[in-house]
Design a protein around this ligand. Sequence first.
Ligand code: IMP
Length: 428
Amino acid sequence: MKGKAEVIIGAQWGDEGKGRIVDALADRVDVVVRYQGGANAGHTVVVEGEKHVFHLLPSGMLYPGKTCVIGNGVVVDPDQFLAEIGELREKRKDKARLILSEASHVVMPYHKIIDEAEEKRRSKGRKIGTTKRGIGPCYADKVNRIGIRVGDLLDPDTLRAKIIENLEIKNLLLTRIFNMAPIPFDDLMEKALGWGQQMRPYIGDGTAIVNEALDKGSGVLFEGAQGTLLDIDHGTYPFVTSSSASAGGACIGTGIGPTRIDRVLGVAKAYCTRVGEGPFPTEELGEIGERLREAGGEYGATTGRPRRCGWLDMVALRYAVRVNGLGGIALTKLDVLTGLEEVKVCTRYEIDGKRHEILPSRLPEREDIRLHYESLKGWSEDISECRRIEDLPPEARDYVRFIEENCKVPVVLIGVGSGREQTILCGL
Ligand code: IMP
């Protein structure tokens, strides 16, 4: 993949297993970039039986000799950043070069407090179920042009002015609206200067690094966080995260032009999950949901919350193909479906008597969506040792083919287990 720019995005509601796909593809590229979201993400990579969970660092960090970039579109919690770096150093796995964009925004302690307080205030039915990592309030400040950027941590005068400006408002909000204690300026200023000192070796011009890498023909992988249906514009608003989780975010969140992207790969689970509130038409609340949750280990990597589970939603997947311009699908966790007698796929919605084969851009916040399912025959053979598509039982192959035919995009990779080697490459 030399000289190519490839974007990896979540094609559902996040947790599709992007970390392992990025990890599987990272050895072909020179640079791995995170471009949006923050420590709300939880990218799990299993190498030689050891599990690594990254919240902020790019999943390419485990490869010696790679350059990893955290782009301007990411919101960075300094404590989390330093903890992840520290952990890698301790395990002697800090082999990649890491650049943190000076233009990325800092998640301040007040963002996390406000995130939690706002969520608590929302009435039943309006709750978002955020990860409480301060993501929404931090992006809100960015858009409101009062955000503190990582580069500001190295410039005491700017930092002081910005913290004063922010605390004036934040402390009113905390004390008058949320009945909480104010945040003292001196403590926060000291903390922020300390972050700057510790983060200094990593802070740089992420946009220049990524563009220069592409200019000289290096392969660059853009690692999306969350998923298309959690995108601030294209997701199931307002039950979304606050960043551009779809492919377009790679341009905004790093400063590359759209013409530089060669291909977008969507990662989709062989079924669906969602964590947090909001519409999930194919959710299975009974036995099937429970079965998928247990077999798939569907508990949040960031919050530990049990994930909601259900059948594959082709209507949503076709939408992900559309808004991301997908050129291929990486299908993960196919092994989780092993042992089911029948496997169902939702192929159509009916809303107010109108048929939808692709999700409409505004999904109504209602529950009277009628779903049309197709049923496929399941398989019982263990597929975790399969390494070629021909090794899969015919029913599993039929399932993969069904997906390809229904969304008109090739499945280029299949995950049959959590290990790095438990992957079938079929078109990459
Ligand atoms: P926030 O990003 O913490 O504001 O949360 C907003 C919504 O996105 C909630 O429903 C979260 O559960 C969901 N969310 C955020 N990050 C992830 C992720 O990495 N995987 C899955 N869901 C996520």
